[in-house]
Design a protein around this ligand. Structure first.
Ligand SMILES: NC(=O)c1ccc[n+]([C@@H]2O[C@H](COP(=O)([O-])OP(=O)(O)OC[C@H]3O[C@@H](n4cnc5c(N)ncnc54)[C@H](OP(=O)(O)O)[C@@H]3O)[C@@H](O)[C@H]2O)c1
Length: 251
């Protein structure tokens, strides 16, 4: 009999699957038995496809710039017509650093479009068939900046606070129809996005001093939480924000 964390026979769409946290989640879901559709805006996702295939699962990639909201439905509709998508992971995300008083409209809008509007647009597109089937899982990758304001990252903090609001709103409407919507809030994780922070010794030391676990997290530290939230083991978990932060929020 399949275990509570078994995803055999399920297919997941993972945005941001080309690198970092999204890639680690794709690998974790594949290890639990799911087939994977990766979505990012880089021409090649060979590395991630290889990781999934090494797990003995099927992988394919969609190349799409999620900042182009109007192009999302036309790009995803053919996939939806031929594949049952049981799990959606909204991990794609960008960050722009600039003092708020000088924050450009471009740096505001592009971050909101990729981090929040794309997550809503995909949740609606994949949520419809999930509701019709009476089951589905949506996992949004939030942040510590879903709870805090941070510094120089106005649009990022606004997008990640918004993502939690989106998670709870969809969870409320869809819980009774078998679709669970949750978020994961990673702490400080070693990926491309945080390279600039680790490159600054003072900032790196300041962040480390504030992490009870005493180390930066890895993308692999986050993938386990995604497997749990994507699995039958979390069928009564919805509208929740699961922090994977080495204790950051408890300090
Ligand atoms: N690292 C951390 O400490 C941390 C903490 C909390 C939350 N997060 C969140 O975790 C998620 C993944 O970030 P990461 O740290 O793993 O960084 P990352 O390696 O830079 O991953 C970002 C992913 O988003 C994709 N992406 C960016 N812009 C896109 C666009 N316009 N259209 C489609 N895909 C796009 C990237 O694809 P390309 O390869 O095409 O650029 C990449 O796959 C983000 O939502 C981030 O906000 C990260």
């Amino acid at each position: 009999m399949a275990g509570p964390f078994d995803l055999t026979g399920r297919t997941a769409l993972v945005t941001g699957g080309s690198s970092g946290i999204g890639q680690a989640i794709a690998d974790g879901l594949a290890a639990a038995g799911a087939d994977i559709v990766l979505l990012s805006d880089v021409p090649s996702m060979d590395e991630s496809i290889e990781m999934v295939e090494k797990r003995g699962r099927r992988a394919e990639a969609i190349v799409l710039d999620l900042a182009r909201t109007s192009e999302i439905e036309p790009a995803v509709a053919p996939l939806l017509a031929r594949t049952q998508l049981d799990i959606l992971v909204n991990a794609a995300g960008i960050i722009r650093r600039q003092p708020a008083a000088e924050f450009s409209a471009e740096n505001w809008q592009s971050v909101l479009d990729v981090n929040l509007t794309a997550a809503f647009t995909l949740s609606k597109l994949l949520g419809g068939p999930m509701l019709a089937r009476g089951h589905g899982k949506i996992i949004n990758i939030a942040s510590m900046l879903s709870f805090q304001g941070g510094a120089l990252v106005t649009s990022y903090a606004a997008s990640k606070h918004g993502l939690v609001g989106l998670t709870k709103a969809l969870a409320n409407e869809w819980a009774a129809r078998g679709v669970q919507v949750n978020a994961i809030a990673p702490g400080y994780i070693t990926t491309r996005t945080t390279d600039p922070l680790r490159a600054d010794p003072a900032r790196d030391a300041e962040i480390l001093s504030r992490i009870p676990a005493g180390r930066w997290g890895t993308p692999q530290d986050v993938s386990g939480a995604a497997v749990f939230l994507a699995s039958p083991a979390a069928d009564y978990v919805t509208g929740h924000v699961l922090a994977v932060d080495g204790g950051w929020l408890s300090r």
